[in-house]
Design a protein. Structure first.
Ligand code: FAD
Ligand code: FAD
Lengths: 310, 249
């Protein structure tokens, strides 16, 4: 019995989601191999070899894998899948795009967005935007799953796994990469692994005010910036800052919701934060039902005051 | 060009979800059901491609109980041309949904499939990728922009870290993200017209796809409740609590 994990990296560095997925997979109790797919990825492979609990790092290096296209990435996994009982990836847009393909071609279901591993065949996962938690049992002899990374703390970098190349030649019809546009940085702090998140809603009123009001607070706290869907739709914040059922799921030590009403779809992305602060002028706003500390106030006065007080 | 749009009947996004206390599932009895919001976006995108002269016919497909006809009629009222109901009464897992769609794709030979990135009930986010793999077509998940030029389709995708643009040759599969478009409301005359549009009914069993779930749902329970918090009166009080009580700053 061995577990294979698809690594998430940006060709130079390994992303934190990988260490968190390894942490989740340790609960299965089997040896762990990590697969790096990409082109010119030795730095990422070296980083993966240091992750505690990893026995072996496999590297599929090919031009077609350079931009993380789901079609060749899933083929690279399938090429070595026979040796593994469990195949997992972080539930990031990269992992989520590739893994259902692997599952379908193996003829098994994927268990999506696992938040807890109860046994090698039993998993917890949220459904209905987190309004319910399902316990699912996989009955097939292969289990494909994605990991909700906010539910697990990453493993330490104390390991020293071996690194081995694996051959790969693509055959599937595939998409062609054209370009990539990075989101304007939110103070350089990664939203998925931030200890503090400052998140803004529709109340911010404009992209300028979003930056003007929230950035100084985020900088003081070393926080990442997040947003509600309404704020993203209105163009106040880039799409990958969206927190919620259909955006990112975060669970920082401190989440500060500013002018966000707290729709269930938003709560789905942040209600497992350790401490939640809400600032909103409507005392009835549903965000207060999950907030540890609620402040009923005008954000344009309260937030600058808070920034100053810190 | 022929477009397929799979649409799922789900609990309406604005209805509060009630989890049955015995862990047996979510209560759906007598509650408002609607088309999955991402599928509405998919229908809208297909209609816009048709209006732009890039597509000829749009077929909506739903797999589910007889009531899924309502969901298909909604797609027809928005502007789809024809609909297929694949009748299945029990729960159908994403893999079985993808296999059923594959059987229909082989039969009807569409050039493009546009579907939701996730259904808001199961939140699995799998069917589009599974279908793409099973039929061997390229995929573009999380689309926020779709442009068709001849037999090529260019898609901007919402990915972690920003936006990615990719290109595919048709036939291909696209899954929709929220910001692709804002779906139209069906006008009353169109709702009436939809009743006359062709709607084919097929029995899922006749497609030779195994429907028995392979994931056993042992229980469905409410998430652990958060202990209720308190209101603070001033910013100074908030800072004090965060420093001395919660100790997070
Ligand atoms: C299928 C689907 C998926 C969705 N996915 C997501 C998702 O992933 N993430 C997400 O966030 N949403 C999602 N939504 C949208 C969600 O339902 C809400 O519409 C959205 O979260 C609202 O954003 P908001 O709280 O910023 O805006 P609003 O609900 O408009 O709230 C604004 C708040 O600001 C307060 N306010 C206004 N002015 C001030 C002021 N000067 N000072 C203090 N307070 C002020 C108001 O009292 C109000 O509470 C989804 C919806 C659907 C249907
Ligand atoms: C024993 C058991 C009991 C279950 N009970 C329930 C229950 O009570 N309620 C419930 O909602 N689920 C239930 N499920 C889960 C359900 O059957 C599916 O597994 C799950 O809802 C499908 O995942 P998804 O819709 O999230 O797929 P996704 O992959 O998230 O769907 C993505 C897209 O695929 C398309 N699509 C998906 N399904 C269909 C469809 N049927 N027809 C047409 N297009 C579709 C749509 O375009 C959709 O946007 C149960 C499952 C099992 C095994």
């Amino acid at each position: 019995m061995t577990t294979l994990i698809l690594a998430e990296h940006d060709n130079t560095a390994l992303l934190g989601a990988t260490a968190r997925t390894v942490a989740a997979a340790k609960n299965i109790g089997a040896p762990i191999h990590v697969l790096i797919t990409g082109h010119g990825v030795s730095a990422a492979a070296n980083a993966a070899a240091k992750l505690d609990g990893v026995e072996k790092v496999l590297v599929a290096d090919h031009e077609s894998l350079a931009h993380g296209a789901a079609e060749p990435v899933s083929e690279a996994i399938l090429a070595i899948a026979a040796a593994y009982e469990h195949i997992a990836a972080p539930a990031t847009t990269f992992g989520k795009s590739a893994m259902p393909r692997v599952a379908a071609l193996l003829g098994v279901m994927q268990v999506s967005d696992v938040t807890k591993i109860l046994s090698p065949s039993s998993f917890e996962r949220p459904v209905y935007a987190g309004a319910a938690i399902e316990t699912v049992e996989a009955t097939a002899d292969k289990v494909v799953f994605t990991v909700r990374t906010s539910a697990f703390d990453g493993v330490a970098e104390t390991g020293s796994a071996s690194i081995e190349p694996v051959g790969f030649s693509p055959t599937a019809r595939t998409s062609r990469f054209v370009s990539r546009e990075s989101a304007a940085g939110g103070g350089g702090v990664d939203l998925s692994s931030a200890k503090v998140v400052v998140s803004g809603g529709r109340a911010l009123g404009s992209a300028e005010q979003f930056t003007e009001i929230l950035t100084p607070l985020a900088e003081k706290l070393g926080a990442a910036l997040g947003a509600s869907r309404a704020a993203v739709d209105a163009g106040y914040a880039p799409n990958d800052w969206q927190i919620g059922q259909t955006g990112k799921v975060v669970a920082p030590d401190l989440y500060i919701a500013i002018g966000i009403s707290g729709a269930i779809q938003h709560l789905a992305g942040m209600k497992n934060s350790k401490v939640i602060v809400a600032i909103d002028k409507d005392p009835e706003a549903p965000i207060f039902s999950v907030a540890d500390y609620g402040l009923v106030a005008d954000i344009f006065e309260a937030v600058p005051e808070l920034t100053k007080a810190l | 060009m022929k477009i397929f749009v799979p649409v799922k009947r789900v609990l309406d996004a604005n209805v509060a979800v009630r989890v049955r206390p015995d862990g047996s599932g979510v209560d759906l009895a007598n509650l408002k059901m609607s088309m999955n919001p991402f599928d509405e976006i998919a229908v809208e995108e297909a209609i816009r491609l048709k209006e732009a002269g890039k597509a000829e016919t749009i077929t909506a497909v739903s797999i589910g109980p007889t009531q899924a006809v309502d969901t298909l009629r909604s797609a027809l009222a928005m502007g789809a041309d024809a609909a297929i109901l694949v009748r299945a009464d029990g729960p159908v897992e994403p893999l079985a949904v993808a296999r059923i769609l594959k059987a229909l794709v082989e039969r009807d030979q569409p050039d493009l499939i546009i579907m939701g990135k996730q259904a808001i009930d199961g939140d699995s986010g799998q069917v589009a990728q599974m279908l793409s793999a099973l039929v061997g077509w390229p995929q573009a998940t999380y689309a926020s922009k779709v442009e068709i030029e001849g037999t090529a389709v260019r898609v901007t995708r919402e990915v972690d870290g920003g936006l990615e643009t990719i290109e595919m040759d048709l036939p291909a599969v696209i899954s929709t993200d929220l910001r692709l478009n804002t779906p139209r409301y069906a006008s009353l005359p169109n709702v009436m017209k939809a009743k006359k549009k062709p709607l084919e009914e097929i029995d899922a069993a006749s497609l030779g796809v195994a429907l028995e779930p392979t994931l056993k749902i042992a229980s469905t329970l409410p998430p652990p409740a958060r202990k209720s918090g308190s209101k603070v009166e001033t910013v100074a009080q908030l800072v004090d609590k965060l420093k001395n009580e919660a100790r997070v700053i």
